[in-house]
Design a protein around this ligand. Sequence first.
Ligand code: PMT
Length: 218
Amino acid sequence: QAKQDLAGKQILITAGGTREAVDPVRFLGNRSSGKMGYALAAVAARRGAKVTLVSTVSLPVPAGVQIVPVETALEMRDAVLSRFNDVDVVIKAAAVADYRPVAPQAQKIKKHDEHLTIELVKNPDILKELGERKRGQLLVGFAAETHEVERFAQEKLQKKNADLLIANDVAQPGVGFGTETNQVTILDRNGGREDLPLMSKTEVAEAICTRIAQFLRN
Ligand code: PMT
């Protein structure tokens, strides 16, 4: 039996990449597989948390986890915001599209001209909205960066009013999108940092849950 240091805590986790419709058969997406979010859900549930997983992918659902399927950033936003008041912790492992097509076409776009332009509009930043609304909830964000990882991660921690920020340098082999492993640095709002080695996403999830449990105790 795993240690029960998250017993009774309500934890909302997001996983996977959002899909933004272009037309009925096409979408704009990204390379998130959902594995990091599912590993977090499995570990948090084993350690006693009541876990809701808002997910864009269909991986096997970990034992005891309640799944909320979504596809787009707007759907994810609704699913997260409508549950926010009832949770103790939110972990935003999902890769949310920063932009979506302004006008998804009702019919399949046919091939005509040599060039095709799709106009995009900014999606709401869910983590930032949570940071503005939070009343005692612990907010855990991720930062997926390919350069200047430390600077951008620190910026996201501040700007989004997160409590913990998990930074991964997704340009490194075995790190980030689609892999079985990850290598992260955990930054906290008090200036603390923990550099972890490359390890399985389950081990990364264990380390993140340990930091969360410490924060919840203090
Ligand atoms: O799913 P896997 O294949 O296992 O890959 C794991 C991962 C690389 C997706 C994961 O480790 C990770 O880094 N997730 C965050 C990916 C991301 O989109 O990061 P970002 O730096 O663009 O966003 C920063 C934070 O803001 C994230 O917590 C994100 O969920 C959140 N965000 C971003 C944009 C937006 N419109 N709303 C948000 O809430």
